[in-house]
Design a protein around this ligand. Structure first.
Ligand SMILES: Nc1ncnc2c1ncn2[C@@H]1O[C@H](COP(=O)(O)OP(=O)(O)OP(=O)(O)O)[C@@H](O)[C@H]1O
Ligand SMILES: [Mg+2]
Length: 337
């Protein structure tokens, strides 16, 4: 079912609480699609990466081959944020008058530790990866819930923010044009840019700021459009059939809905077997109760189950077995009562 949903899409986002099996499901699903002949990239945005552990190889902040037709990438938030800030600093220094260089540095030093900086940088990187990846399918293995919901809301926030900057920039360049029309010389620009015709330099600078902002806005808008388009993106929430995880899944569903992202599938992982002793049978009965609640609250969302396996899922063979389970798993029909 989940593999069918993934089959004609460009992006699968896998979210859910810590330790429920997001990386396992993301990797298995990616492998299933690669084996079905698509080229696939699985990207981890979780600062505590375990893609490498799962595939028994070093995956880092650069694309590596994991299996035939399948590549992997672990986005390093700290490094991404550093690089992002360095790039912003370069642009700002080029565009700001020289006497403000100290100001630019102070501002960026503060931004380094400001809340949201890492997330914004990771998001911009994701936008780039999704836009540029030559692969047919990109599977995003995300960090635990709260982070994911914020990440999904961020494209909207970031493009609104960029929009505001653009409007301010427009006003200030109109103001500049008015001043120039009145014959006022732009001494500041003349000083910084070392002569030349200040009027033209100022106009170039305005145009460049505008170009940078427009590019950024386009990138965020593009990502938001992609993530909220159910034809191109499916969001899968992985969970355990327990009380708290079910409640958190409902909360995540609501948060995502507010940002315009629909949950396309629920993957209930580590289901206890009914035929392996009394303890597990009793657990299974309890799980049924929690799942019934989930079905009642989210009747329309397809749900698949994966059994609790005897061993940890590590390496291509084990992931292949999970991929087969995912491909064969029937979807529970939506509850009608
Ligand atoms: N169906 C299963 N049966 C048994 N073990 C499983 C199953 N699914 C996942 N696991 C194991 O559970 C552990 C957690 O899985 P995984 O790393 O995929 O979770 P995660 O949601 O990505 O965790 P985190 O939030 O820390 O990134 C791993 O050791 C994995 O091998
Ligand atoms: Mg993980």
């Amino acid at each position: 079912m989940l593999t069918d949903l993934a089959a004609d899409r460009r992006v699968v986002v896998v979210g859910g609480k810590g330790g429920v099996g997001k990386t396992t499901v993301a990797s298995a699903l990616a492998l299933a699609q690669a084996r079905a002949g698509r080229s696939v990239l699985v990207v981890s945005t979780d600062p505590a990466h375990n893609l490498g552990h799962l595939w028994r190889r070093r995956v880092g902040d650069g694309v590596v081959r994991l299996a035939d037709g399948l590549d992997g990438l672990e986005v390093d938030p700290a490094r991404t944020a550093e690089e992002h800030l360095r790039a912003v600093a370069r642009t700002m220094r080029r565009l700001m008058p020289e006497h403000l260089a100290g100001e630019v540095d102070r501002h960026l030093a503060l931004a380094r530790d400001a809340p949201g900086t890492h997330e914004a940088a990771v998001l911009e990187r994701l936008a780039e990866v999704v836009e540029d990846a030559p692969h047919d399918l990109v599977v995003l293995d995300t960090a635990p819930s709260g982070h994911t919901a914020r990440l999904m809301a961020l494209p909207e926030t970031m493009s609104a923010w960029t929009e505001g900057l653009l409007r301010r920039q427009e006003r200030s360049s109109r103001f500049g044009a008015a001043l120039r029309a009145l014959g006022a010389e732009d001494e500041e620009a003349a000083g910084v840019l070392g002569g030349g015709r200040p009027r033209d330099r100022r106009t170039d600078r305005d145009a460049e700021i505008r170009r940078v902002l427009l590019r950024r806005r386009a990138r965020f808008t593009h990502l938001r459009d992609l993530l909220t388009d159910e034809e191109r993106t499916v969001f899968a929430v992985v969970l355990a059939a327990e009380r708290l995880p079910v409640l958190e899944t409902l909360e995540l569903h609501a948060q995502l809905e507010r940002t315009g992202v629909a949950v396309g599938a629920l993957v209930v992982n580590k289901r206890s077997p009914a035929d392996a002793g009394e303890l597990l049978a009793r657990r299974r009965a309890q799980e049924e109760g929690h799942l019934a609640h989930l079905r009642d609250r989210l009747p329309g969302v397809p749900l698949v189950e994966l059994p609790l396996l005897a061993e940890e899922v590590v390496g291509e063979d084990a992931l292949g077995a999970v991929a087969d389970l995912l491909t064969r798993a029937p979807a529970r029909p939506p509850r009608t009562s």
